[in-house]
Write a protein that binds this ligand. Structure first.
Ligand SMILES: NC(=O)C1=CN([C@@H]2O[C@H](COP(=O)(O)OP(=O)(O)OC[C@H]3O[C@@H](n4cnc5c(N)ncnc54)[C@H](OP(=O)(O)O)[C@@H]3O)[C@@H](O)[C@H]2O)C=CC1
Ligand SMILES: CC(=O)[C@@H](O)[C@H](O)COP(=O)(O)O
Ligand SMILES: [Mn+2]
Length: 385
C-alpha cells in the first residue's frame, strides 16, 4: 500500500481527499493528518484511519488530543515545527497540501528538500514562494501535481504536449456570486452573500477570494509557476457555469478544454491515481442538462483584485508575498464583519503601494515580508472600521 500524508485534513479539500481515499479502498495507507484547531474532527479521522502522526497548530490542542487518543499508537505533534517534521522527515508516496494560506509554503519546501511528490491544493504556496519552489523542481524526485481545478484541467490538457506548443492558457472563472451585481452595490454586500458561491462548496477564505476574484488572480500566478508561461500568455475568461475547468490554446490554433461537473473529488482523484484513471465518485456531466456554456470578458474595474494580482505576478519579487499577506488579513477582517467587502481590495492595494519591494527574496525574507505586510494590513484595516 502507498503512504499518504494530508496537511489540512479537516478542511474542504482535506475531507474530500479522505472520501476519495475511501473510494479507492485498498490503495492508500494514511500516515499523517493535520488540523489547525479542529481536534474533534481530527480525532474522528484518527480513529478511522489510524495514522502514525497527527499535527495541530498549538500546544493546548495537541495536549487535549493526546489525552483523547491515549490508547492509540499515534504521535501528536504541534506548531509549524510539527508540520515541517511531518512533511520533511516522514516518508510518503504522496503528500497532499490542503492547508489554506501562506502557512502552506514551509511544509512544501520541507517536503521538496527530501524529494517528494506533492498534490498541491494550497495555491498560496506558489503565489508567495514560486521562485523558490521552481528551483527544487530540477530534482527528478520532486513533482508538484496540481489539484486546483483549473490547474488540474491544464495539467491534463498538456499531457503529451511541449511547453513551446502552448499559445495561451485560458483559466475559467465563475465570476463569483456578484458577477451580475451592479458595482455600486458591492460596498454593502454581506458575508453571507459573499459566501454563497454559485457552483462550488469550498472553505471560507477561497470562497471570499472567488467573490472578489482574487482567487483567479492567485490562480494566474499559480499557473505561471506550474506551467512556466509568461503572464501575457495566461488569460482569464468568465464562464459562469464552471463546467469548462480551463483551456489551452496551442500554436496551431486548436483550443482544448477539460469539462466536468463542479466536484473537487474529480481532480483530487485524478492526482491520487495519476497517471492512471479509474471510475470516480463524481457524477458524469450531462451536456443536455447543462444546455449552454457562456463566456465573457472579466471586468477589471469592478473586480480590481484580478488586476492587482497580474501586477504582483508580473513584477514578482516580494510583491506577490505582500499581495497575499494583505489579502489574507483583509479577508479574515471581512469574515469577522470588521470591514466592508470593497475594503478587501482597498487594503491590498494600499499595502502593495506602501510596502518597500525586494527582488528574489529568500525563504526567511519571505516570512519576514509576510509578517510585516500583515502588520501593515492590520493598520490599514483599522482606518476602514
Ligand atoms: N475548497 C476547494 O474546493 C478548493 C480549495 N483550493 C485551495 O486549497 C486550499 C485549502 O482550501 P480549503 O480546503 O477550502 O480550506 P479550508 O479552510 O476548508 O481548510 C483548511 C485546512 O487547513 C487547516 N488550517 C487552517 N489554518 C491553518 C493554519 N494557520 N495552520 C495550519 N493549518 C491550518 C484547517 O484546519 P481547521 O479545520 O482546524 O481550521 C483545515 O484543515 C486553499 O489554498 C484553497 O485556495 C483550491 C481549489 C478548490
Ligand atoms: C474549485 C476551484 O478550483 C476554485 O478555485 C474555483 O475555481 C473557484 O471558483 P471561481 O472560478 O469563482 O474563482
Ligand atoms: Mn480553482
Amino acid at each position: 500500500m502507498k503512504r499518504i500524508i494530508i496537511l489540512g485534513s479537516t478542511g474542504s479539500i482535506g475531507t474530500q481527499t479522505l472520501e476519495v481515499i475511501e473510494h479507492l479502498s485498498d490503495d492508500w495507507n494514511v500516515i499523517g493528518l493535520t488540523a489547525n484547531t479542529n481536534i474533534d474532527l481530527l480525532e474522528k479521522q484518527a480513529n478511522k484511519y489510524k495514522p502514525e502522526f497527527l499535527v495541530v497548530m498549538d500546544e493546548y490542542h495537541a495536549k487535549k488530543l493526546k489525552n483523547r487518543l491515549a490508547d492509540q499508537a499515534v504521535e501528536v505533534l504541534s506548531g509549524p515545527a510539527g508540520l515541517n517534521y511531518l512533511a520533511g522527515q516522514v516518508e510518503s508516496d504522496l503528500l497532499i497540501n490542503a492547508l489554506v494560506g501562506a502557512v502552506g509554503l514551509a511544509p512544501t519546501v520541507a517536503a521538496l528538500e527530501k524529494g517528494s511528490r506533492i498534490g498541491l491544493a494550497n495555491k498560496e504556496t506558489l503565489v508567495i514562494g514560486g521562485q523558490i519552489i521552481e528551483k527544487y523542481l530540477s530534482n527528478p524526485l520532486n513533482k508538484i501535481l496540481p489539484i486546483d481545478s483549473e490547474h488540474n484541467a491544464v495539467f491534463q490538457l498538456l499531457a503529451g504536449h511541449k511547453e513551446k506548443e502552448i499559445a495561451k492558457i485560458i483559466l475559467t472563472a465563475s465570476g463569483g456570486p456578484f458577477l451580475n451585481l451592479e458595482k455600486d452595490r458591492l460596498e454593502t454586500v454581506t458575508v453571507k452573500e459573499a459566501l454563497n458561491h454559485p457552483n462550488w462548496d469550498m472553505g471560507g477564505k477561497i470562497t471570499i477570494d472567488s467573490a472578489t476574484m482574487m482567487n483567479k488572480g492567485l490562480e494566474v500566478i499559480e499557473a505561471h509557476y506550474l506551467f512556466k508561461q509568461p503572464y501575457d500568455k495566461i488569460k482569464v475568461v468568465i464562464h459562469p457555469e464552471s463546467i469548462v475547468h480551463s483551456m489551452v490554446e496551442f500554436i496551431d490554433s486548436s483550443i482544448m478544454a477539460e469539462l466536468g461537473v463542479a466536484d473537487m473529488r474529480i481532480p483530487i482523484q485524478n492526482i491520487l491515481t495519476y497517471p492512471e484513471r479509474v471510475s470516480s465518485l463524481g457524477k458524469n456531466l450531462d451536456l443536455f442538462t447543462v444546455g449552454a456554456l457562456n463566456f465573457e470578458e472579466p471586468d477589471f474595474e469592478k473586480f480590481p483584485a484580478l488586476g492587482l494580482a497580474y501586477t504582483a505576478g508580473k513584477e514578482g519579487g516580494s510583491l506577490p508575498v505582500i499581495l497575499n499577506a494583505a489579502n489574507e488579513v483583509a479577508v479574515m477582517g471581512f469574515l469577522a464583519n470588521k470591514i466592508r467587502f470593497t475594503d478587501i481590495t482597498y487594503i491590498v492595494e494600499k499595502v502593495m503601494d506602501s510596502y518597500e519591494r525586494k527582488d528574489n527574496p529568500l525563504l526567511e525574507e519571505i516570512y519576514m515580508i509576510d509578517k510585516e505586510a500583515r502588520e501593515m494590513a492590520e493598520g490599514v484595516m483599522k482606518e476602514c472600521y
